[in-house]
Design a protein around this ligand. Structure first.
Ligand SMILES: Cc1ncc(C[n+]2csc(CCOP(=O)(O)OP(=O)(O)O)c2C)c(N)n1
Length: 707
């Protein structure tokens, strides 16, 4: 063997030490994997982007060496990975094939989203071996779902007895700028307070597009700033020294895997290309660009390995082999067809196959793991004791916790206190703190964690304390809803988010808004708005045993309202979504409503003695178009009443459908009665002035039938 040049002797010694103990020691494979990533970047940057066969290119050049080294450490049977758009080398190391990678960026059939999402916004469903949660475009969105995966590992191990989770971990990969996001801090708080097995793997390339890292964290070094953060092990190193980085990565992963609690590893890396294919890097000086090139970790790795560990010939052979692999993939993938536009509407929700069996996602939720639950019945037991709506929710949660060991309930104050609305009262006492638990005050953390738990095969039931406080979770809610579609049914995150909202004895802009229309514009969410205890039981059970993310809206004014009290309909009672309830039948007009307005409409009809169909939609996603159309075609008039504000409220959608599909059946314009476009006011006098009242509904009905 040739003598090691003096200046590299230390490197070679380190490599040899690595060799003896680390899976990353198979340096030849490491070199090939990095070279494949580089060859893909080269191909895309120099050919596919100019030829417009790739429309959005993100190079990982400079980030690739450390990612490959990390990937080789993720050997746990149920390791989970949160990733971002620059994580392709990591995914390639974890099993993403080169064909899949190229088909993704080239928007072809066989890509990880079937052309629906940006090609580097990946996912890697896996029952065994590291699973990569669906990547999102939003920076920082990867953090809280990875936390959910880590918590699910602990739950699956300690409560479900899944021994494979014992030494599995979660890893979340992000850039320096992502450490400024809400998601990062929410995740950091949760993993350190809960002591979850999660590694933050931060590749600091000193820029967020063009913004330097000193604007993302004071002094520009997140590791330094977190050095005293309680419950977090912090490691910091130079990612352009591959051998040193390999040691740090191994150390960080081993620490988390062996029960040492959460850790953060920051590695500085050069970003050797623009932020994306479009970025000319005009904001960097020539000297800065040159200094980044000088820090290229792949060049450094060659110096560290050749010739002592790998011969020059072996190194070159790996580079050539990588180029051949990528060229072969290109030949195959270039010939693939684009995705069929006829399929673009598929997989917004769970679907059935042609043979009627469910077309279940590869990963996420209890359906993907074929967990079976008791059969439901649509027959209500009318002999049960009368219960109020909040009891209906509590009893249904209790029953489902008993039959579904994968179900967990969490949120602010839901534990010992039993929730500020008392919907979870006594559940923690009965089922323990692993299954019913309080969370930190972070709605992003609550919903993001639920996403990761669902991906790991649980049925999370998070509570958002009041409707308005779902706002900080908007990003996670949105990304959860689109997950099935984005991944072309590879992943889904079914969960039931319980949200109390709407007015109570008074209103206010914070606790009392209803704004359900926001969910209806959020692709992929089911939405239930029960008006009474019986429907609450049935709809909640449907949602909890279902295979889609669902918002379950609990109207505050109905929780203990006497009108909403009904006989307990039984432990297996279900109400299918999308089926309106016809509360009374008549001929002069159709009244379409839901939630707290149902009782008011009933009272108004009694007061006016108008013969009407009264439809309680019960669910708005899906909503019962057929029943609505059928009724309006019969009565030829329609009044829609809702609490949400009028402009672009859901009544507008219903009216548009009726105007088109029942146009020739109508004898009068479709009427809407809703809140004017103001926030919910506090003083009851003001609230009464804007909420549709019984009197206002009655006079709208009278006017409508008089036309
Ligand atoms: C929430 C959000 N805000 C802004 C953007 C636009 N954006 C995309 S990448 C990026 C910079 C992120 O930098 P960093 O996290 O350091 O990762 P890097 O790209 O450097 O690898 C920005 C601002 C986004 N995708 N998401």
């Amino acid at each position: 063997m040739a003598a090691i040049p003096q200046k590299h002797a230390k490197d070679a010694a380190q490599v040899a030490a690595q060799d003896a103990k680390s899976p990353a020691a198979d340096w030849r494979t490491v070199v090939r994997q990095i070279a494949i990533s580089r060859a893909l970047d080269d191909l895309e940057e120099t050919r596919l982007l100019p030829e417009r066969k790739v429309l959005y290119q993100f190079s990982a050049r400079g980030h690739d060496v450390t990612q490959v080294l990390l990937g080789r450490q993720l050997t746990g049977a149920r390791d989970g990975v949160g990733a971002y758009y620059r994580s392709r080398p990591l995914l390639l190391t974890l099993g993403l094939s080169v064909d899949e990678a190229l088909a993704s960026t080239m928007m072809k059939v066989g890509g990880m989203s079937e052309g629906r999402d940006i090609g580097v916004v990946f996912n890697l469903p896996r029952k065994k071996g590291a699973c990569v949660l669906p990547v999102c475009g939003g920076v920082g969105t990867q953090y809280t779902p990875a936390v959910g995966w880590a918590q699910a590992l602990r739950y699956r191990h300690s409560t479900l007895g899944d021994t494979e989770c014992a030494d599995s971990i979660a890893v979340v990969h992000g850039g320096d700028a992502s450490t400024a996001t809400n998601g990062f801090w929410a995740a950091l708080n949760i993993v350190t307070t809960e002591r979850l097995p999660l590694l933050f793997f931060i590749e600091d390339n000193a820029y967020g597009i063009s913004v330097p890292s000193k604007l993302q964290t004071p002094g520009g070094n997140i590791a330094k700033n977190l050095a005293a953060f309680r419950g977090l092990r912090v490691l910091d190193g130079d990612g352009s020294d591959p051998v040193g980085a390999a040691t740090l990565i191994e150390d960080a992963v081993r620490g988390v895997r062996s029960g040492g609690g959460p850790a953060l590893l920051r590695l500085t890396v050069p970003r050797l290309s623009g932020h994306s294919g479009q970025d000319t890097q005009a904001y960097k000086s020539a000297a800065a660009i040159q200094s980044e090139r000088d820090r290229d970790p792949f060049k450094r790795l060659r110096i560290q390995l050749v010739p002592e560990i790998l011969s020059e010939g072996d190194w070159d052979a790996e580079i050539e082999s990588a180029q051949a692999i990528v060229a072969g993939a290109l030949e195959r993938v270039d010939g693939l067809p684009p995705p069929d536009p006829a399929g673009v509407r598929r997989f917004v929700f769970s679907e059935s196959r042609d043979d009627g069996l469910p077309d279940i996602q590869a990963q996420g939720g209890i359906w993907a793991d074929r967990v079976s639950l008791p059969a439901g019945t649509t027959q209500a037991d009318s002999q049960g004791p009368r219960i109020n709506l909040v009891t209906a929710v509590r009893r249904t949660l209790e029953r489902e916790l008993a039959v579904n060991p994968r179900m967990v309930i969490f949120g602010e104050d839901v534990g010992q206190k039993g929730g500020v609305h008392a919907a979870t009262l006594g559940l923690q006492e009965k089922f323990g703190t692993a299954r019913v638990f309080d969370t930190s005050l972070s709605e992003e953390g609550i919903i993001g964690r639920a996403v990761g738990m669902a991906a790991a095969g649980l049925m999370p039931v998070p509570e958002i304390q009041f409707r308005k406080y779902a706002d900080p979770a908007a990003e996670q809610l949105n990304d959860c809803g689109t997950m099935r579609w984005r991944t072309a049914n590879r992943f889904a995150a079914p969960m039931v988010v319980r949200i109390p909202g709407g007015f109570f004895k008074c209103g206010d802009p914070w606790h009392s808004q209803s704004n359900e229309v926001q969910w209806l514009h959020g692709v992929g969410w089911r939405l239930a708005m029960p008006s009474n205890a019986q429907d609450a039981v049935g709809l909640l059970r449907s949602a909890l045993r279902g295979n889609d993310p669902t918002i379950f809206f609990e109207h505050r004014s109905l929780l203990d309202a006497s009108w909403a009290r009904r006989p307990y309909p039984g432990d297996e009672f279900i109400v299918p979504f999308g089926k309106a309830s016809l509360l009374q039948a008549g001929n002069a007009v159709t009244v379409v409503t839901w939630g707290a307005m149902v009782e008011r409409c009933e009272l108004a009809l009694r007061r006016t003695e108008i013969s009407a169909d009264l439809l309680d939609l019960r669910t708005l996603s899906p909503w019962d178009r057929e029943a609505t159309l059928k009724s309006v075609r019969k009565t030829r008039r329609c009044l829609i009443v809702h609490e949400d504000t009028v402009t672009a409220g859901f009544g507008a959608e219903i009216a548009a459908v009726l105007a088109k599909d029942a146009f020739f059946d109508l004898d009068a314009p479709i009427e809407r009665l809703a809140m004017p476009d103001v926030p919910s006011p506090h003083n009851p006098v003001l609230l009464d002035a804007v909420l549709p009242s019984v009197a206002a509904i009655a006079s709208a009905l009278a006017a409508l039938v008089a036309i």
